[in-house]
Design a protein around this ligand. Structure first.
Ligand SMILES: [Mg+2]
Length: 218
């Protein structure tokens, strides 16, 4: 859903207010900490479109009312960018996510790594803080392995990574093989549609996921 971009050079952990000597847990936002499909669906509905969750995709699930073919990709992209510029402060947190991170925070540094347009930075940061997630935030694009590897290389502790998308999980496994990877899909409608992989434990319950992360970084 985002353009592939060259790997960003990672900021230093110190510049993010994160310590080098504790485990590092890197967590995605959309469909991990927040119910993206639900929030994006409401946003497009207010603009006269329908989001039909009948496949694990985004633009291919966007329709004009009553249409049998999805909207043109340019329309989808405009809605997507509009959502991140003005609508992404309206998400519901994923059930259990805030409580699970609260339990992890005494034991690990938490870094939120979100593939979202730069225009989302203020809204997304405000949304996280408002919901009890005052953690460091990086907005990025493209597969998350290179930036994760550059962040993990700065720590002495163990590391874990959570995302809903297999391309990001596979990218992290490739570039930062010492990092424990976990797949989480927050939206109930997406869960049966989301591809899974034996390489990454799939844990859709946040309480259980929090315990698995804690075990992986201990
Ligand atoms: Mg996501």
């Amino acid at each position: 859903m985002a353009d592939a971009a060259p790997a960003a050079t990672a900021p230093s952990l110190a510049s993010l207010g994160l310590r080098h000597d504790r485990p590092l847990v890197i967590v995605d936002v959309d469909e991990v900490l927040g119910l993206f499909m639900q929030g994006f669906g409401a946003y497009v509905s207010n603009r006269g479109y329908e989001l039909r969750v009948d496949r694990f995709a985004l633009f291919q699930n966007l329709y004009a009312p009553g249409a049998s073919e999805p909207v043109d990709i340019a329309v989808g992209r405009e809605l997507f960018n509009g959502f991140f510029a003005e609508g992404c402060g309206e998400l519901e947190p994923a059930p259990g996510a805030v409580a699970a991170l609260s339990k992890l925070r005494p034991k690990a540094e938490i870094l939120i790594l979100s593939n979202a347009p730069a225009a989302a930075e203020q809204l997304r940061g405000d949304w996280l803080r408002r919901h009890g997630l005052p953690d460091a935030l990086i907005l990025s694009s493209g597969p998350k392995g290179p930036i994760t590897a550059a962040l993990v290389a700065q720590t002495f502790g163990r590391s874990a990574f959570v995302d809903d998308l297999l391309p990001n999980l596979d990218s992290v496994a490739e570039h930062s093989p010492q990092t424990a990877t976990f797949q989480h899909v927050a939206d109930l409608r997406l869960r049966p549609l989301a591809p899974r992989s034996d390489l990454h434990p799939r844990i859709d319950d946040w309480a259980e996921l929090g315990e698995a992360i804690e075990a992986a970084i201990s």
